[in-house]
Design a binder for this molecule. Structure first.
Ligand code: GSH
Length: 212
């Protein structure tokens, strides 16, 4: 059986849980106490050299890190990842956008929800807010013209983007001014096998501390 190395409040891990749910694939969970330093212990660094979750362990023991790489692996041969080279690469385009631009929402959300924002340099927060606003504006523009980010069908690019975009309000990034993004959020929520459960940082009493 597959093993998912997870941290429940992580939306990067949630992406993988979402796809596993869509595909109805059973798996077991290994929770990694990232705020207590477990990710930086040699045992976990052997699984993922960056010390981050999510990581997927296959039946044969091989391990795969990076949420979008895991989505790409699991979606191979399914309707969630086009087989044709252009469609496949288009999904990769948006997965890269997610990592390069939408990760700003993830960081701001983490700092906001765990009380760290006030401790951060204002210039850094401003820079991230600029990147995040621009990312939302790009998505608004793109999703005005089509139902899903890579075209007419729901793919892992939507899953990946959705993980943090639909929580942008928690980072004080108003979604209300983005009607096309809001409609897309509703479309994603309506997909068969959608996973509604999101865990708050408050379930982890250590999440107010800095990551090691
Ligand atoms: N680019 C990575 C980011 C993973 C990431 O930042 N994971 C966080 C939880 S959301 C983590 O494990 N942080 C602990 C650490 O980096 O030490 C991905 O998409 O999987």
């Amino acid at each position: 059986m597959l093993t998912l190395y997870d941290y429940l409040p992580s939306q990067n891990a949630w992406k993988v849980r979402l796809l596993l749910n869509h595909l109805d694939i059973p798996y077991r969970t290994e929770n990694v106490r990232i705020f207590e330093g477990e990710g930086q212990q040699p045992a976990f660094l052997a699984v993922n050299p960056t010390g981050a979750v999510p990581v997927l362990r296959l039946d044969d023991g091989r391990t795969l890190a990076e949420s979008n790489a895991i989505l790409t692996y699991l979606a191979h041969g399914t309707p969630y990842l086009p087989a044709d080279p252009f469609g496949h690469a288009k999904v990769q385009q948006w997965l890269s956008f997610e990592q390069d631009h939408v990760a700003s929402i993830a960081t701001l959300r983490h700092w906001t929800l765990t009380g760290k924002l006030a401790r951060r340099a204002p210039a850094l927060v401003e820079r991230l807010r600029h990147v995040a606003h621009r990312a939302l504006a790009i998505l608004e523009h793109e999703l005005t013209g089509r139902p899903f980010i890579a075209g007419d069908i729901y793919t892992i690019a939507d899953m990946s983007l959705f993980a943090y975009v639909h929580r942008a309000d928690e980072a004080d990034l108003a979604l209300a001014g983005h009607p096309a993004v809001m409609r897309w959020i509703d479309r994603v929520r309506g997909q068969p096998g959608f996973l509604g459960t999101v865990y708050p940082y408050s379930i982890d009493p250590f999440s107010g501390g800095e990551l090691p």
